[in-house]
Design a protein around this ligand. Structure first.
Ligand SMILES: C[S@@+](CC[C@H](N)C(=O)[O-])C[C@H]1O[C@@H](n2cnc3c(N)ncnc32)[C@H](O)[C@@H]1O
Length: 299
């Protein structure tokens, strides 16, 4: 009798083999590039090559009416539909990740807008359903307590609104947590001591200053990169937004790959990479730029 584990890994291998057949010209063009930004969709498996990522750090849309597309209702779908979207990108990330790879997902603990939901808990469960293994959840206190205005029933047990103003960083991995092959570390003693205590306190980012609806601060990917990856590893963000993960990857001598659906945010990422890291990505294929189908920039 074949054990579950053997069956699972045979299925996983077949899936990986299947995914390999979907390599796009974009992958071939960019195969040797160090950094890559793709104007694409995290739901499309062919967007990047399988098993090409060491560490993914991402903050997906939370389904709380952010106007990424210019229309806030695009980020306010039925919760079941949102969970299906979440399941699909988590499965893709699993395929794109090397066997030794890891995933850090930043979401709010709870979703308090458009109906309360245990967001972090649901994303964790969906990730585990997609075969990701659970390591831990880091709690991020982003110090936004003053933004609070909705109390529910004021000083009454009738219907008080309790809101935990924290976000989480769910940490998962693909096959094994311990990386057997050592690489070069760049974390300092003090950083390590502070960051392995999984309650992080630093301020959130000002979206207006950055020019994006919901950027996270550079501190978040910086900590994840230095804690969970070696120098030279490939760091990926399927929801790149204003490019914060790519910026920290480049600044910390990792290879950066980003995918973003909205073209205007790809342009913002290119600008931030230039302004904040001095990195100028170039269009990888003029034909693709002309047709605007999955443009890709590399360096
Ligand atoms: C929460 S924001 C990420 C912000 C990012 N962490 C930053 O620091 O700027 C989510 C991003 O995902 C993008 N997005 C939404 N659906 C997408 C999809 N299917 N594929 C790729 N990007 C998508 C949105 O346009 C938005 O920029």
């Amino acid at each position: 009798m074949i054990s579950n584990t053997a069956t699972d890994s045979a299925e996983a291998a077949a899936l990986r083999e299947q995914a390999r057949m979907y390599l796009t010209p974009q992958d071939v063009v960019a195969a040797n590039s160090r950094h890559r930004l793709i104007s694409g969709d995290a739901l499309i498996r062919e967007t990047i090559a399988p098993e090409s990522v060491d560490l993914t750090i991402t903050s997906p849309p939370y389904n709380v009416s952010k106007a990424y597309t210019g229309d806030a209702s695009d980020d306010a779908v039925d919760y079941a539909e949102y969970l299906d979207f979440t399941r699909r990108w988590l499965e893709n990330c699993y395929c794109w990740t090397k066997p030794t790879g890891r995933l850090c997902v930043n979401v709010s603990l709870d979703k308090n807008k458009n109906g309360k939901q245990p967001l972090s808990s649901d994303v964790t469960q969906l990730a585990m359903d997609a075969d990701w293994k659970y390591h831990t959840t880091i709690v991020w206190n982003e110090g936004n307590i003053s933004r609070r205005t909705a109390w529910g029933s004021w000083m009454s047990a009738s219907a008080p609104h309790v809101i935990a103003p924290v976000e989480t960083i769910i940490v998962l991995y693909k096959d094994e947590w311990k990386r057997q092959r050592q690489g070069k570390n760049d974390i300092t003693r003090d950083e390590f001591m502070e960051w392995v205590l999984g309650i992080w306190s630093f301020n959130g980012e000002n979206g207006k200053r950055i020019g994006h609806e919901a950027p996270f601060p550079r501190e978040l990917p910086k900590r994840c990169i230095k804690l969970f990856s070696f120098v030279g590893d490939t760091v990926f963000d399927p929801f790149v937004g204003s490019g914060t993960t790519m910026i920290e990857a480049v600044a910390n001598d990792r290879k950066a790959i980003g995918v973003e659906k909205e073209y205007k945010y790809c342009e913002l990422t290119l600008k931030r990479l230039r302004d904040e890291c001095g990195l100028k990505l170039k269009p990888s294929s003029p034909e693709k730029q002309a047709t605007s189908i999955n443009p890709c920039w590399t360096a």
